[in-house]
Design a protein around this ligand. Sequence first.
Ligand code: ATR
Length: 295
Amino acid sequence: MRVNDIFNGKTKAYGIIGNPVEHSFSPILQNTIAQECGENCSYTAFKVEKGMVKKALEGAFELGFEGFNVTVPHKVEVIDCLDGIDPLAEKIGAVNTLKRTEKGYKGYNTDILGLGKCFEIEGFSLEGERVVVLGAGGAAKAAVVLAAEKKASSIYIVNRTVEKAESLAQSVKEFYDGEICAVGYDALMEIPEHKYVINTTSAGMGEGVWQSVVENTDFFDGVAAVVDIVYVPWETKLLHDAAEKGCKAVNGFNMLIYQGIASYEIWHDTKIDDKKAKEIRDILADYYTGAKNEK
Ligand code: ATR
């Protein structure tokens, strides 16, 4: 028998709300960061039904919860339950991080920071380049705003439902002066020379799934880097095809880790240096891929 004294009466509570949440990697990620940083806090996953976010957060506030991550399907609904919103999250129209304030929770978006870090790590700059974003859902919003913020000269949004791409393009036009186009997959091969591709669709996601929204792989010719926000499977068909065409292919694991690190930094008013962040990323990648391989 061993005494469990990891948590005590002074432990600060954090968590993730979403539905489903039982497969979330965030508890392992956040508890590892906290342990590395020597913070007395705990992080657990809470399943919250659609329409119940306000009630859940009111209860959590009374219980003293310090912060949350917010995942599918609550990233937009949560905005109406906040006591403040960071300008970047407001621009994106989605919130994935909540920090306790005096009267409630303030919302932030660290998905965009995690995605930005993926490019930074590889040494790729979006400035002055054409970026193609596949998909027009919640994750695409962060990708498109990232491209706009990083001063891409042109952004193409490609989506199965073209109207969704058009409406996303319209909202970004309010603060972006570059070229922004919304097209369907039938026009994929007509997109002019592009340096970066970000896949935000869930088409290739899931254990054993092997499909890609890009049918003609010549689309990857001349592309420097392809980032897929998916990390299950570790290498999606889209990334496999891109790598075969000589592109740098990056899966969504780094985005996951770095959005988590950014959330932690917001909660604790701290900065985790690049070396420590990389150590955390590497140990978690080993754990994650090892755990997968053992199955
Ligand atoms: P998220 O918030 O994670 O982005 P979402 O809002 O449900 O999730 O968006 C999923 C995206 O994947 C959408 O752009 C969706 O296209 P539609 O808007 O046309 O539905 C895209 N998507 C999912 N499955 C797809 C498939 N088989 N082929 C093409 N696009 C797909």
